[in-house]
Write a protein that binds this ligand. Structure first.
Ligand code: SAH
Length: 348
């Protein structure tokens, strides 16, 4: 039996270079392999056709590919595709392809399950099992890119980290995946086309700003009042709105980039004038725009979509202080592929 082999895609470009140099080969070899792995997305050593037979054999005896596979593929009447993706250890995450006239967007997961327990989110019902590896995040993106070509004859244009899990609790792996997605030696997608969505962890938001990340930031706010937000998002008890606002001001000061607040309005929860006023106050402090997103029912009685008139009132009040607020319709609801509906129903 062989010793346990490493997944070749867990190596950085420097480690790959060191591997070849140690064996008396050239650094250039590492570049070729990197190109196969991250620009061409090849998943076998035989597929690396510009390498000699002996190099391919060396790689084969030293490394392996831990691959994910599409376990289920569902197609919504609106064209949205939802993948149930099986990881190398049998666990399942979901990723979604959202087609619009101009875009092919991949919505990807960053963790198996989630630990944050937002009361309105189906993923919260799954225990957090583990973080995804960088290549597992990359592979979801690549899978959707290929599905874009196959089903719509169009390449991937955008990525949102709005699938399962909290990306800022798997920060290093998410960043490493984004590096491979955006690098000219990798998929070469512009970071401007990537949005990371978070419940809002102030320490990590500051860290991201300091690290100089170039992608967009979205924050799931849902209420600008501590007494309300703490009831629906337990994380708010650890990091209340004031701290979140401070960190977002720091983000803007450092990056000069506007963030997006994601906000669902529910009947009797956050649909009063005081709720609107609280959001207006926050938006006066944080350079932002607001996406008012439709609620996707997950079978919780206490959450019901608010009256459309209230959404209009939110949009008007925000517009009055110069904040762009858009009312967003969900996609893929009939196959449970919309925001907050990812919960491996197929697998349960
Ligand atoms: N953990 C990250 C990313 C995953 S959720 C985050 O919280 O931002 C992606 C978005 O869907 C978040 O804004 C989340 O609050 C929202 N969401 C969760 N459940 C929802 C539901 N049932 N209906 C509509 N949006 C929901």
């Amino acid at each position: 039996m062989n010793a346990i082999k490493k997944d070749i895609r867990s190596l950085s470009s420097d480690e790959l270079t060191a591997f070849f140099i140690e064996r008396g080969d050239k650094a250039f070899r590492a570049k070729q392999v990197y190109d196969w792995l991250w620009a061409k997305g090849v998943h076998s050593f035989e597929g690396m056709t510009n390498l000699s037979k002996s190099t391919r054999a060396l790689l084969e005896s030293s490394f392996e590919f831990k691959l994910l596979q599409v376990d289920t593929l569902q197609r919504s009447t609106d064209g949205t595709l939802k993948n149930g993706v099986k990881l190398h250890d049998g666990l399942i995450v979901e990723s979604v392809l959202i087609p619009t006239e101009k875009r092919i967007t991949a919505c990807v997961s960053s963790q198996v399950g989630c630990s944050l327990n937002c009361a309105f989110c189906a993923t919260a019902r799954l225990k957090r099992m583990r973080n995804l590896e960088p290549q597992e995040i990359f592979d979801q993106v690549l899978t959707i890119h290929r599905q874009g070509m196959e089903f719509f004859q169009r390449p991937l244009t955008n990525i949102v980290f709005m699938g399962m899990g909290e990306p800022l609790l798997n920060y290093n792996n998410v960043l490493s995946a984004i590096e491979k997605i955006t690098s000219p030696d990798g998929l070469g997608l512009s970071p401007k086309r990537i949005t990371l969505s978070t419940v809002g962890l102030p320490k990590m938001i500051r860290k991201m700003a300091d690290d100089g990340v170039k992608f967009n930031l979205a924050v799931s706010l849902h209420s600008a009042r501590n007494e309300v937000r703490s009831q629906i998002m337990p994380i708010n008890e650890v990091s209340p709105i004031e701290e979140l606002v401070d960190s977002l001001q720091y983000w803007y000061k450092t990056t000069r980039r506007r963030i997006t607040f994601e906000y669902v309005v529910w009947k009797g929860i956050n649909d009063g004038p005081e709720d609107i006023q609280a959001l207006v106050n926050v938006c006066k402090k944080v350079i932002s725009k607001v996406n008012l997103i439709e609620y996707n029912a997950i079978g919780e009685e206490r959450f019901q979509q608010a009256d459309p008139k209230v959404l209009e009132s939110y949009a008007l009040a925000l517009g009055a202080i110069g904040v762009v607020a858009k009312i967003r319709q969900s996609r893929g609801k009939d196959i449970d592929a919309a925001c907050g509906q990812l919960a491996n129903k197929q697998a349960m």
